[in-house]
Design a protein around this ligand. Structure first.
Ligand SMILES: Cc1ncc(COP(=O)(O)O)c(C=O)c1O
Length: 434
């Protein structure tokens, strides 16, 4: 046993065993060369408050209720359900999604026009690819818009065209030669602006006139606090709008479960692309979500989360007012973040870096800007994943970072200092309802 143990350790490189010499423990080099070890030393302290805009609360995920739906799904799954699924996604789920989208979002959702994806990003990527294969490679993006989606569309073969956003949303008359356009009409990311009724009409008229495809990213429309959620654009013209939604903000990003409701002219090609991508949502999760929807658990969860997020929004806005006085805050009516407007990109960058150095993670508007049109500066302050009692401290910490980065000491609330950071003029995205 001893001899075998020694020879095993020698074979694995732990011992030096030479005939006539005592076995010795090998000097094992540091697992990382010094330079790599130095590089991987954290530059910043641990993140204490993560105020990034895209993060939802996941601790409230209804684990027990979901587990019940998984059990129900397994108990009732047919053998066919457990085999290779329909490339569109399981019909049982498409029927439930169709029902939900029709009543909650005003989407005209024929189950045969729905595909089940791993989220909104996946659907946008598939659409980008299919459009590119058809020779439609000029995709317009709101400027600013989510930077990750810029990457995804480029990877899908699209050339991006930046279109400015104002208080009414996307400036449709700036679409130029675009062949498709990605919009978030209910709650523009990141400005929070709603696409006005006139612009909706103009956008649909553009699609009808040019044959362009409108991709509606309805990523967080369920969360509107000051009135009922604004209905989807897709309902106005289902044959021109590809509607994209997800459980990423409503249940948990880790589920990787979303959907697209497609114009009939695109369904077949997108379903083919989905089928050959071999990136599909597990059939068991699809059945579980169908059960979850059917029993009204999704609606119940949304009602619960709306109350939680609304309270967090109120606390965040109050804390910002208390800490930063008159700095304008916009985009408060919906979603999981607000925009604190700043006067320049330089200040934005300095504030983000200073905040990071004190353990606060926050993104800027400019990080989501495309080259071209000038985008007003601001901070995106996400309250989605920070518990309500911690929000005032998080905002206080952020405010002190702003004071330091802008050199405004702790007297920012005095009007003169506020003016230095943010001229009090009506900002481009401000609407009467903010
Ligand atoms: C504006 C916007 N669209 C789409 C997505 C992607 O959602 P999913 O996780 O479903 O891919 C996000 C995620 O943060 C988002 O912020």
């Amino acid at each position: 046993v001893v001899v075998r143990a020694y020879s095993q350790l020698a074979a694995e490189g732990y011992l030096d065993v030479r005939q006539g010499a005592n076995p010795s423990v090998r000097a094992i080099p540091d697992s990382q060369p010094a330079s790599i070890a130095a590089q991987s030393r954290p530059l910043f302290p641990k993140v204490q408050y993560d105020l990034r805009a895209h993060l939802p609360e996941v601790s409230t995920f209804p684990r027990h209720v979901w587990l019940r739906s998984v059990r129900n799904a397994l108990a009732s799954a047919t053998n066919a359900d457990l085999s290779y699924s329909d490339k569109h996604g399981l019909r049982k789920l498409r029927l439930e999604v169709s029902d939900y989208l029709g009543r909650a979002r005003g989407v005209v959702a024929d189950p045969d026009c729905i595909v089940i994806t791993t989220g909104a990003t996946h659907a946008i990527s598939l659409l980008g690819r299919v459009l590119a294969e058809r020779g439609s490679t000029r995709m317009a993006f709101e400027n600013p818009s989510h930077r990750f989606l810029h990457k995804v569309a480029r990877q899908a073969g699209q050339t991006l065209m930046a279109v400015p956003v104002d208080g009414d949303g996307l400036q449709v008359d700036e679409l130029g030669t675009a062949q498709s356009v990605l919009v978030s009409p209910a709650h523009q990311f990141p400005t929070g602006v709603v696409l006005s009724a006139d612009r909706r009409t103009e956008l649909i008229a553009w699609a009808r006139r040019t044959g362009g495809v409108v991709i509606e990213d309805d990523y967080d429309a369920e969360y509107r606090y000051d009135r009922t959620p604004i209905g989807a654009l897709q309902g106005l013209s289902p044959e021109h709008v590809a509607y994209v939604g997800s459980t990423g903000k409503t249940l948990a990003p880790a589920l990787r479960l979303g959907w697209a409701v497609l114009p009939p002219s695109l369904v077949g090609a997108v379903a083919d692309a989905l089928g050959t991508s071999m990136v599909n949502v597990s059939g068991i999760d699809q059945l579980a979500f169908a059960d979850f929807l059917r029993r009204g658990n999704f609606d119940r969860h949304l009602r619960r989360m709306r109350v939680i997020y609304r309270r967090r929004r109120d606390v965040a806005v109050a804390a910002l007012a208390a800490e930063l006085g008159d700095l304008p805050v916009s985009g408060i009516a919906a979603g999981l973040h607000v925009v604190l407007e700043l006067s320049s990109r330089e200040i934005e960058a300095a504030v983000c870096a200073q905040a990071r150095s004190v353990g606060v993670l926050v993104e800027s508007v400019s990080q989501h800007a495309l080259p071209g049109d000038h985008v007003p500066a601001g901070l995106l302050i996400g309250y989605g994943s920070v518990p309500e009692p911690a929000l005032p401290q998080a905002i206080e910490r952020l405010a002190s970072a702003i004071h330091i980065a802008t050199g405004s000491g702790h007297q920012l609330r005095s009007r003169a200092t506020v003016e230095a950071v943010q001229p009090r003029r009506r900002r481009r995205w401000q609407t009467s309802t903010r």
